[in-house]
Structure formats: C-alpha cells, structure tokens
Design a protein around this ligand. Structure first.
Ligand code: 13P
Length: 351
C-alpha cells in the first residue's frame, strides 16, 4: 500500500488540533428543502449568499480545517468577486468537494441503496482539482431494518467507496470515505454497533484490496446511537463508549482522522457526544473530530433567515457552534460554553 506523503499532509492539516470540517455540500435539492422550510427563497444567489456568510465568518480558522462544497458552490464567486474557494483558501481553510451522484435503489434489494457516480469520475476529479479542491467526499448509506442491511448492499457500497477512494488519491486529492448507517429506525444501540462494525470491516477490506493509502484518507462514520424511533435512548457516555469500541475494533490506526457526521442529532447533543468520545481515557490513535452539516449550520440558518441585516447574527451562531465543537474535538467542552460568548482570547492561535 503506497503512503503518498502529500496526501497525508493535507489529511492531517484538515484535522489538526481543534479543527474539524464544515459539511456545506448539500445538493441544490437538499439545501432548497432546508431554505424553503424557513420560508427563504432558494436561488443560485441566495444559496451563494448563505454559503458566503458561513465561509466569511470571522475567527473560525482555528476551528474549521476544511469545508466540503458541492458542484454549484465550487464555481461561485463571493459578492466581492472572489471565487468562494479562494475565499476559504485565503483564510487557511482547505476546500473539498462532494463527488458522488447520490443514492439510488439497489437492484434486487428492495429498500436498500447504492451510491452512484463512478462513471467519468477521473475527469471530474481533474476539473475539481483545477478549481481548487484538495479533498473529496463520497457518501454511502445503510438502512437498519429486519434483514437489512444485506451483505450485498454492504459489499456493493464498500466496493464503490474503495473505487472512488483509489481514483481520488490517483488524482492527488484526499478521499473522505463516508459509510453512513442511518439513524432512522426503532433499533437499539447494540444493533447499530453490530451493523456499523460489519460495514466498517467491509469498507476497510475493500480499501485494502484497492490499494488505498490509509495515511492519505479520512473516515467519516456515524456515531453508535439507538435508532431515532427507539424508546430508550442511550446516555451520552454509552454512545461514546460504543462508538470508540467499534472504531477501535475496525479502523486501522494508520488512518489520521475520523470525522463524524451528525446524521440528524440535535446540535448540542452532537457536541456532547464528540466531547465524551474524546474524554474517554483509552487509546485513540486517530484524531476524532467533526464533519457536521446540520449540527453546525442549524442555528446559523435560523438566525440568518435569508436577510442581509442578519448576517452578523448568523455568523455569530456559526462561530459559537464551531468553537464548541472545536473544544469537543479536544475533550475540553463544557455546558457553560453554551451560554457564553465566544471569546477570541480562548481560541488557539491561528496558523
Ligand atoms: P450531517 O452532519 O447533517 O449528517 O451532514 C454531514 C454530511 O456530510 C452527510 O453526508
């Protein structure tokens, strides 16, 4: 397995101490649903204005090592005419790109999905690299239900993730490998742990076969939680214990960072879970940090409401949550921070 030093450097920079990822790669259709749910019109310009608000938030560089964009955003310019990618790079934040073409029904497996997008991917990587992307993301999803996920669904998605990751590294970008076991369902924590373990094992088997350099990639998994419809939700400590146990069993220490998705968790709970994982007094050979979409953005979107005069309020909300999540990535978060204003003096020096 090759080591690819340049890729390892980028991967480690994204997850450097106290840094995580802002996932701002919602497709046009997903971000449109989020905007219209708040009665904000979704146009190319309103989507640009929203992303520009987040990307230009003051003092976030010590907390945000990378931002995942999608096809529309990576081609957009800021209101002052700078490409949004350059706005990020100029602040020391590494731009990345979502490259999968979404989930589609898996033939012969009713209710299950496979992620598409491998055709023509090499050329798309070339273009995105020219546009300034230095890492990429591909998301696979697994549903927990009676008899699901099937072995076939696990294999098909693990294989596609590995083909994507190998191609991504060939083109000089760091792959984020995202196998997401969905929170939907009435299953308990143990079932999520069993399924996530099987999925991770299959993914790393495929990554090994595809000769993917583990040092030059990041893993983006779900945390181990009970299903959203389960009557007895686990405690924060139980989630942390089960999550670290599963990762320890199935993720090689050569991987530099594990960047969790939030998956529909409430934003404060997502912060608490991350903090509890980092607080555990066990070996943690990888950086354990965030790559949150909803959990990082929900408060900012609510404060912004699509109005220019609310940009400072939206930025303040985003800055505060990024500050809390950065502390959680170091096991230094406390609930006192929820009521406190972000204090610049407490931020680690920006480099
Ligand atoms: P959430 O944190 O909202 O789950 O989004 C992360 C992501 O990138 C999903 O692909």
């Amino acid at each position: 397995m090759p080591t690819m030093p340049g890729l390892g450097e980028t991967a480690r920079a994204i997850v450097a101490d106290g840094k995580g990822i802002l996932a701002a790669d919602e497709t046009v259709s997903t971000i449109t649903k989020r905007l219209t749910a708040r009665e904000i019109e979704s146009t190319a310009d309103s989507r640009r204005a929203y992303r520009e608000m987040l990307f230009s938030t003051p003092d976030i560089a010590p907390f945000i090592g990378g931002v995942i964009l999608q096809d529309e955003t990576i081609r957009q310019d800021s209101s002052t005419g700078i490409p949004l990618v350059d706005l990020l790079a100029g602040r020391g934040i590494i731009p990345g790109i979502k490259v999968d073409a979404g989930v589609h029904p898996l033939a012969g497996a009713p209710g299950e999905f496979v992620t598409e997008g491998l055709d023509g991917l090499r050329a798309r990587f070339e273009e995105y690299r020219e546009l300034g992307a230095r890492f990429a993301k591909w998301r696979a999803v697994f549903v927990i239900r009676d008899g699901m996920p099937t072995g076939r669904c696990i294999y098909a998605n693990a294989h596609a993730l590995a083909r994507y990751a190998a191609l991504c590294q060939e083109q000089g970008l760091v792959p984020i490998v995202e196998p997401e076991v969905l929170m939907e369902g009435a299953h308990g924590l143990e079932r999520c742990e069993d399924v996530t373990g099987r999925v991770l094992q299959a993914v790393f088997d495929e990554l090994f076969d595809a000769q993917v350099s583990l040092e030059g990639m990041l893993l983006k998994p779900n945390m181990i939680t009970a299903g959203q419809g389960f009557s007895r939700q686990a405690t924060v400590k139980q989630v942390a214990e089960a999550t670290l146990r599963t990762l320890t069993r199935h993720v090689p220490p050569a991987v530099p960072g594990i960047v969790f998705l939030s998956g529909g968790q409430d934003h404060v709970l997502a912060t608490e879970h991350l903090n509890a994982i980092n607080e555990l007094d066990r070996p943690k050979p990888w950086k354990l940090t965030f790559s949150y979409g909803r959990a990082l953005q929900d408060e900012a979107l609510a404060a912004w409401q699509g109005r220019r005069e609310n940009v400072p309020a939206g930025q303040q909300a985003f800055q505060h949550r990024a500050w809390c999540d950065s502390a959680a990535a170091q096991g230094r978060y406390s609930s006192d921070m929820e009521g406190a204003a972000f204090a610049r003096a407490e931020a680690p020096p920006s480099i």
